[in-house]
Ligand binder design. Sequence first.
Ligand SMILES: [Zn+2]
Length: 343
Amino acid sequence: MPSTAAPLRPETPSTPADEAGAGDTFHASQFPPIEVMPRDVTAYADGNTGVAYVHQLDSGRPGPTVMINALTHGNEFCGVTAVVALLEAGLRPQAGRILLGFANVEAYRRFDPDRPSLSRFVDRDLNRVWDDAVVDADPADVETRRARELRPILRDVDVLLDLHSTIFGQHAFWVLDPLPRAIELARRLPVPGNRVVLDVNGMQGRGLFHYGRFGDPADTPIGLVVECGQHWQRRSGDIALATSVDLLSALGLIDRETADALRPAVAEMPQAEFRATGEIIAATDRFRPARAFQGFDPVAEGEVIAWDGDAPILAPHADCHVLIARPHPKPGGEAMTLGRRVT
Ligand SMILES: [Zn+2]
């Protein structure tokens, strides 16, 4: 591990500005075109669970409770595409119970196409509060208030699919706890092809996907994060919906005919699994990749993969891949996520 490596953290930024890595000066022109804009979701505010923006479809038969969750981050639109499609489909599960939710509508409503990174959250990252001590701590905070609303729902969930996207890349991938039950379930699903398994113990704050029972090695519920592609591209919504449909089908909640009717066509993805090995943290404001990494790029041990000021950053181990290269990292911020291919 290089001296700059720190514990890996999925979707790490602690402020919206961190995500873009360019302070408060970034602008929409720095990002890919915005193909999808927010839609009015107020029609979905009144759910049937007693919790706003959470709906349930109960088969009345035995089977797992599966939650498809959108908008843990307010500017990640793919989950809205998927959850709205599932709500509008008139689904009647054949087993178990489907929960469909929009987590942070408060942040989603604040989207500004000229400053598209700023609506990731309102007060704090909703994907960093999932520890009961944090959830209970701040009565005024928008995100912990929402976490308190969602908490009773989450306690009964057997499988959570948390739909995310990224600002920095085209690739879709799973982010998985190193728990065999989570990895095995993701392996059964055809999209997205890439799986990133990481140790969440180094994270600053606890993510939804390993909250409570999801992260307990001795328990059975499973929390999955899928990163569906770039935040505002239409294709990311297709991948979110395809992944959701595949999961519901694989777990027996919907039949094949229903799945086929709902599932958008997405390109076949080769399956590959990576174990994250560390994070390169930028030391200067002149961090730049040595070449244009697309994500999941193999690099040779010792190869110069970036320059940080005048210092070369070398690939630190054999079978190294640059899983993620973030644009415009700022000093102290994550610049690259590295990993080793395991399958
Ligand atoms: Zn996210």
